[in-house]
Design a protein around this ligand. Structure first.
Ligand code: GLN
Length: 502
């Protein structure tokens, strides 16, 4: 049911799909309304590219398709894409100067699927350069502001995606998560996001950061919206060699499935939620701990049982990730050499100096730092000491999860140790940001699905997310638990009205 009098921008994906189906408004009207909003909130820095002609023509096409009776539930609903997905009709920069003028000849697999379902692309969203970061402060195109407090970061690297959804500029956005970049910005900005199992969404056309970790997923306001989006985005793609070969999944149906013995009041009856004790260390901020704890009490009321589990190598995920991810990045980013893609230095003397100047000019400080770390850990003499050790530990971290899943069905905990920090607060020390990834990196290294859902407000009235991690391909159960929680609570309905009206 559409809420009476709800503004178009307050409506979520499922709600918009239903309203479009009964002709309450057209996709063209909806798209025009949101484009005006994107322009009015330009100061958030969430969008990097917007082309009204492209969006309006897609909206007209969606309306025509609906008139012919060929609409899908997502037909005519607007979405915006993290600028790490290449798109034919809009620029694709990966938040880097290196790709400032790059025009892709094709659409990323994920974009292709969402567009084929009739979704209207509203624009491209700001992100950390090549998705390296936790605050969107590493974008060559400036930071994104958190709609809950314009002085604070929205999280990263999918910061534009989270901020755009939180500010009601668009009902849904795509993101990518290599070490937390969907879950952490969702937590910092008060929206819902899911990173599926590695291999569920195609990496074709997703500008590569660390290929063994990179995964696409949706950010939206509710678990239900995420389920609808993920069903459409996911699926086998022969163009991605690590794509999981399995039948198309209806995550929405899986989310709604009633498990044996459950009742309307106790929809999570029988669900065992594991709490890794390493996810609740001394260093966890008291406000975050309080909100997460209250959310877990709510899960218990809904019928879940909380069990104590352990992920003993949680702290080690930081050095392991910050060896493996830069190693893969240094290799992936070697393609940006001034010959094949993007920027080329205007002045150089020979081939070597062309490479050097191009890369010196095109990449930002964080990307250079990672290329140096990656090259170092892969070099002769250090490979065994760092890279190989990290790979061995990665396997052990994945095994630790399997030991936990003997005692529980899902794992829960915080997404990050604190709420969103002030813009510039971590400028002096990049390692501070690395340390804050502690709760998202383990699931990434193991390739497991994880999500973040709004759980309440912490210090300074900033959003806090609850993280849920599932076993491989158990997205259905994750979404089911998140949906039950959202049916019983209203944290996900809160909007950052104060900052937006200011
Ligand atoms: N914060 C992590 C990093 O900087 C994760 C980024 C991501 O998931 N893309 O690498």
């Amino acid at each position: 049911m559409t809420r009476a009098g709800a503004a178009l921008h307050d409506m979520g994906v499922a709600e918009l799909g239903r309203a479009l189906a009964v002709g309450q408004f057209s996709s063209l009207e909806l798209t025009q309304h949101l484009l005006a909003r994107v322009a009015a909130f330009e100061h958030l820095g969430a969008f990097l590219a917007c082309d009204p002609a492209v969006s309006l023509s897609a909206a007209r096409e969606a309306d025509a398709r609906r008139a012919r009776g060929e609409a899908t539930p997502l037909c005519g609903v607007p979405i915006a894409h993290k600028d790490i997905f290449v798109t034919r009709e809009l620029p694709s920069t990966a938040g880097s100067k290196m790709l400032r003028d790059y025009a892709s000849p094709f659409d990323a697999g994920v974009v292709e699927r969402l567009s084929a379902a009739g979704m209207v692309t509203l624009g491209k969203l700001n992100c950390d350069e090549f998705a390296m970061g936790s605050a969107n402060e590493n974008s060559a195109y400036g930071p994104v502001k958190n709609p809950w407090d314009l002085q604070r970061v929205p999280g990263g690297s999918s910061g534009g995606s989270a901020a755009a959804v939180a500010a009601r500029l668009v009902p849904a956005a795509t993101g990518t998560d290599t070490g937390g970049s969907i879950r952490q910005p969702a937590s910092f900005s008060g929206v819902t996001g899911i990173k599926p199992t590695y291999g569920v969404c195609s990496r074709y056309g997703m500008i590569a950061f660390a290929s063994s970790l990179d995964q696409a997923g949706p950010l939206a306001r509710t678990a239900e919206d995420c389920a609808l989006l993920l069903s459409t985005m996911s699926g086998f793609d022969a163009r991605d060699s690590t794509s999981a070969e399995r039948a198309p999944q209806d995550f929405h149906a899986q989310m709604l499935m009633r498990r044996e013995g459950t009742t309307g009041e106790r929809p999570l009856h029988g669900l065992r939620i594991g709490l890794p004790r390493e996810f609740f260390p001394q260093a966890l901020a008291a406000d975050v701990e309080g909100v997460v704890h209250a959310a877990l009490v709510e899960m218990e009321k809904l019928g879940a049982t909380l069990v104590d589990v352990s992920l003993p190598r949680t702290e080690l995920s930081i050095p392991v990730y910050y060896i493996i991810a830069p190693a893969e990045a240094s290799s992936n980013l070697s393609r940006f050499d001034g010959v094949k893609f993007g920027h080329r230095a205007a002045q150089y003397t020979d081939l070597q100096s062309m490479y050097q100047r191009t890369r010196a000019e095109g990449f930002g400080a964080e990307v250079k730092r990672r290329i140096m770390i990656g090259t170092y850990v892969l070099s002769h003499g250090y490979y065994d000491a760092y890279y190989l050790q990290a790979q061995k530990l990665r396997r052990m971290i994945a095994d630790d999860f399997q030991a936990c899943f003997k005692a529980c069905d899902l794992i829960a905990g915080p997404v990050a140790p604190t709420v969103a920090w002030k813009i510039g607060a971590q400028d002096d020390d990049p390692v501070k940001a690395y340390l804050a990834d502690i709760f998202t990196l383990p699931a990434s290294l193991a390739g497991l699905p994880g999500m973040s859902l709004p759980a309440g407000l912490g210090d300074a009235d900033m959003p806090v997310g609850l993280q849920l991690i599932g076993n491989y391909f158990d997205e259905g159960r994750l979404l089911q638990a998140a949906h039950a929680f959202q049916q019983a609570t209203d944290h996900h309905l809160r909007a950052p009205t104060a900052a937006l009206s200011a």
